[in-house]
Design a protein around this ligand. Sequence first.
Ligand code: 1Q0
Length: 215
Amino acid sequence: SVVAEDQKFSLKEVLDTFKLCLTENKEVYLEHYVAGWRGLVKFLNSLGSVFGFISKDAVNKIKILVGYLEGDNGSQYVTIQSMMKYELDSGLVDLTKRGNHPESGCRTLLRLHRALRWLELFLERLRTSSEDGKTSVMCADAYNESLAQHHPWVIRKAAGMAFCMLPGRLAFLEVMNVGTPEQVVAMLGEALPLISEVYQITEELYAQNNMLDLP
Ligand code: 1Q0
């Protein structure tokens, strides 16, 4: 049905939102960045309830950012660059330890930003994997190389268990809703440089502002 089609995840849709993220002078639109995550969460939800604790956290962070976008100071949150400037200039970021601003846009987005690195590493493995490649292993390797460094033991443990529930490579490529495995691989090849560029630009911004370790 039309409704079912609407709710179906499509890799193309996520790809398109990440394409919209960058302005001409390489600023990152928060609205599209958040929309990209919405699409990914949709995908995660379609994989089953074992991933619920992960999507819940992502949804929570998306909601915080949307709250700022739609709030009274929404015009300050158009791009990641303007958000950083605004929050830093106004003293709205807890820089060294949690205090009065435990849910700043900067610290919230940093969590999604770190997860974007996981996504990049995972999708690159998926793209270059052979037919008998195991998604759970690709996912765990990508996680250990990135996000895991920022997570305490309990979360690493829970994440590790969830990864084991991932569908196999073929089923995984199928739910991306693109077409044949070859077509998915081609689309991943197109998507990855975009995701990577958005990641690099954001990483640079956090580094320049000494905010890579926001509590
Ligand atoms: C496909 C399997 C998905 C696996 C996702 C890997 C990430 C595992 C992360 C486990 C995190 C769990 C819960 C909570 C963590 C928070 O403590 C942590 C820090 O925040 P805070 O406020 O406590 O300081 N939060 C995070 O690190 C953010 C984690 C966000 C993860 C969002 C994952 C969204 C998943 C997308 C699925 C993409 C599938 C790829 C196919 C798409 C093709 C384009």
